[in-house]
Design a protein. Structure first.
Length: 92
């Protein structure tokens, strides 16, 4: 029997769960490395419609030092999506 016949396709739920677990582990590793710097990281959803950002912040003041991706990239991505929808709607 060929090997390919024995392979079961991964379910989308399994793949999503693996990605979430990997991301969580990466966030914990980053938090551990930042522990002695006086900074921390958190996941932010912003307004919730344009994805997530990772924020580096000062836990004492709650001041955000940097966001990844930057706000400008989030806005650019949103604008491109809007333009793409406009072009598609005009062509229909």
């Amino acid at each position: 029997m060929p090997l390919a016949e024995n392979v079961q396709p991964a379910r989308l739920d399994d793949l999503s769960l693996n990605r979430v677990e990997d991301f969580s582990k990466t966030m914990e590793m980053a938090k551990e490395r930042l522990k002695d710097t006086g900074l921390n990281i958190r996941l932010s959803s912003g307004d919730g419609k344009d994805g997530f950002q990772i924020e580096v912040f000062n836990p004492k003041t709650n001041e955000v030092i940097r966001r990844f991706p930057p706000d400008e990239i989030i806005k650019l991505s949103s604008s491109i999506k809007e333009m793409n929808g406009f072009v598609v709607n005009q062509n229909l």
